[in-house]
Write a protein that binds this ligand. Structure first.
Ligand code: COA
Length: 583
């Protein structure tokens, strides 16, 4: 039991008599987002049966509860209250991304904007007061100045996972939760929904730190409403530009895809915007959203602004590619390939593909494809560029290659990782090794070669068809990943560096390199890589240009963040089973 509970007068020690071994847990959630996926993986791994229902309408929720008859209803990510009929008759636990006492729908936004240095996640029992129910578990973490989306995918997810595990275990052991009023040192308060007026940047007055806080607090969604080039837009993806300054509020130039704007005491670059006035109302790189304004400002040195970074230490090359949202456009793939070729020309022995901070990779860039004049043509260009990169990694004979996944990966991003000789992952990450959620997309990146080679044909089939997320450890057991280690991203990266160094100085390094080349030559003689690529791309050609528009439809829905109007069948087990007395 964590420390905070000891001082609380109503907390009770865990009893060990009533343990319910495997429970049925129903997730009631706004969407199957990263946190929900993470908890799904963890609770399934802990032996529970989990089914998912999207919060679409009260009657649909009531129906799901009647069908599934869960032991616990867990709400990892909800935007509205749970129906009274449901919380009054079932144990409903709500994951609130705030410390004890914090209430309201913009918990992280306020915490970041206020500059809190310690924050938390609390698991509460739903009642008639929003975020005011009894406390089942709470966890805290240090809060650094960073993007809300990063914070949510990392610290919040890790803390939520610990708090939910504790709450579920406490329930199994007959624990009584603590009423909020009885919690002795509740620091949190009620905060209203954060409005755009609360987020507004005053370019004359705000210093860089304040501007960053405001944009970070809105990152992911909804962005900060502002103006660029006299046009209203929402700002995302802000970074400090410590070496630049100008008249406060002035636009100073372009750095890569970002526009640089002066603050009171320096400058920031804004990497992404959403322009509600334009033909493409979704989030895009600033230089694409304001393409016709490109010539009106100077092009600044873009070194380091494109997310690609190569480092070398002790005979190992580390290639970082920190692309916003893990999406890899045609040009980003091409630039990364050029740097990869340079890395291969270095006198190192191992190349480690480190990916980005928030995501390792999520495959081709769906937003840029959606914004292209011909989404079908751009899809083909993008997948070709991705395949060029994947093929270069597969054909590498000069080095041993490692994909080191400290963060999540999805679709083509997972299969890009599988082109490396070794795949290392953090247990806490979530992988989505399938394409089918994108309208039956067949997928490429040589998955038809790399996945069956690792897991066998039958399992490859079920992994890609089931469309479920996998945790790092599950992926290791299946053979998708070779090694799994590290409690958090920092410890994973440290350990990955140690292991990469060890690999580069192994006494049998030359034999291992020779063995990999031999296996590749043998595989090539059985079926050339070109053939895998052609067969995959023939399927993709049909997805992009064929009669069935489902890929284009699914991409549109994804990019425009269109809400689901039903829960996908593969997630809601309760709709596939018949129970006595069910509706
Ligand atoms: N292209 C463009 N944007 C992408 C993207 C991609 N391939 N993958 C994710 N994103 C964006 C999302 O639109 C979202 O944007 P936001 O900033 O407006 O929130 C953000 O990344 C996070 O994605 P989200 O779906 O909210 O994250 P998640 O962690 O909950 O889910 C995935 C991760 C990978 C399951 C999910 O993003 C996904 O299915 N992505 C598409 C993968 C794909 O089909 N790629 C193309 C085929 S290779």
């Amino acid at each position: 039991m964590q420390n905070g509970w000891r001082n609380i007068k109503c907390s009770r020690p865990i009893q060990t008599i009533t343990r319910i071994p495997d429970m049925r847990i129903l997730f009631l959630t706004h969407s199957f987002n990263s946190l929900t996926q993470h908890l799904f993986v963890e609770l399934t791994e802990a032996g529970h049966e989990v089914s998912v229902e999207f919060d679409i309408a009260d009657s649909v929720t009531e129906e799901a509860v009647a069908l599934y008859q869960p032991d616990i209803i867990l709400a990892p990510f909800l935007k509205r209250a749970i129906p009274t009929s449901v919380w009054q008759n079932n144990l409903c636990l709500v994951v609130h991304p705030g410390i004890v006492g914090d209430q309201g729908p913009s918990a992280l936004d306020w915490a970041i904007q206020r500059g809190e240095n310690k924050w938390g996640v609390t698991v509460l029992q739903a009642n008639d007061v929003m975020d005011g129910g009894d406390i089942w578990a709470t966890e805290t973490f240090p809060l650094m100045p960073e993007k809300k989306s990063s914070l949510y995918r990392n610290q919040v997810t890790e803390a939520a996972s610990r708090a939910v595990a504790a709450a579920v275990e406490r329930y199994q052991n007959g624990f009584q939760p603590c009423p909020l009023e009885a919690w002795t040192d509740a620091r949190g308060e009620m905060h209203p929904l954060m409005r755009q007026v609360d987020r507004q940047i005053d370019w004359e007055l705000d210093d860089t730190r304040t501007v960053l806080r405001k944009v970070h607090a809105a990152d992911g969604f909804p962005g900060v409403k502002d103006e660029l080039f006299g046009t209203p837009c929402f700002l995302f993806d802000a970074h400090a530009e410590p070496d630049m300054a100008g008249r406060a509020g002035a636009l100073l130039g372009w750095r890569g895809q970002a526009v640089v704007r002066a603050t009171r005491d320096g400058a920031v670059r804004i990497g992404h915007v959403r322009r509600p006035d334009s033909a493409h109302t979704f989030k895009l790189p600033t230089s694409i959203a304001f393409a016709s304004e490109l010539k009106s400002l100077p092009l600044l040195d873009d070194a380091g602004a494109d997310g690609i970074r190569y480092e070398e230490a002790d005979g190992v090359g580390y290639l970082y590619f920190d692309f916003y949202n893990g999406a890899m456009s045609t040009e980003q793939c091409q630039r990364l390939l050029a740097v990869y070729h340079k890395a291969c020309a270095r006198p190192t022995r191992v190349i480690v593909l480190m990916g980005g901070e928030d995501f390792w990779s999520n495959g081709i860039h769906l937003n840029l494809i959606e914004a292209a004049d011909s989404p079908a043509d751009e899809s083909m260009r993008n997948i070709q560029a991705m395949d060029d990169l994947a093929e270069a990694i597969l054909r590498t004979t000069s080095h041993l290659t490692v994909a080191a996944l400290a963060s999540n990966a999805g679709a083509g991003g997972v299969f890009l990782a599988l082109t490396a000789d070794l795949v290392w992952a953090r247990p806490g990450i979530v992988l989505n090794p399938h394409y089918k959620n994108m309208g039956n997309l067949y997928g490429s990146e040589f998955w038809t070669y790399t996945l069956p080679r690792r897991v066998g044909t039958e399992r490859a089939q079920s992994i890609t068809q089931n469309r479920l997320p996998l945790g790092g450890e599950q992926a290791r057991r299946m053979g998708i990943v070779d090694a799994c280690f590290g409690v958090d991203a920092a410890s994973f990266r440290n350990e990955a560096r140690k292991r990469a160094l060890a690999l580069s100085i192994m006494p049998d390094y030359a034999e291992r390199l020779a063995a990999k080349i031999e296996v590749r030559q043998r595989d090539e003689s059985l079926k050339p890589l070109v053939q895998y690529r052609e067969l995959e791309l023939a399927e993709m050609q049909r997805n992009f240009y064929g009669f069935d528009p489902s890929y284009h439809y699914a991409r549109y829905q994804f990019v425009h963040r269109v809400l689901h109007s039903w829960t996908p069948r593969h997630l809601c087990k309760h709709r596939n089973i018949k129970r006595q007395g069910a509706i």
